[in-house]
Design a protein. Structure first.
Length: 74
């Protein structure tokens, strides 16, 4: 049975804390921009308040999958 390397939990915590902060700040900015854009465009239904964060979440998931894939680029 192969031995596993011990992981450094403090670096893992820092990495995930940074990722969480990046996600929350990105979503906050997307909601703010969507709110201001809806007000500027005089849209009664909060379309961009919903649409921009969904786009941000999609891009974040795409980036996570791309960064964590095991495929090696030539």
């Amino acid at each position: 049975m192969p031995k596993r390397k011990p992981t450094n939990s403090s670096s893992d915590i820092a990495k995930y804390a940074g990722l969480t902060t990046q996600i929350l700040v990105s979503l906050g900015i997307a909601v703010f921009i969507g709110y201001k854009a809806d007000a500027w465009l005089h849209i009664r239904f909060p379309l961009l308040v919903w649409l921009l964060p969904l786009i941000v979440i999609s891009l974040i998931f795409y980036k996570l999958v791309k960064d964590t894939s095991n495929r090696k680029d030539s």
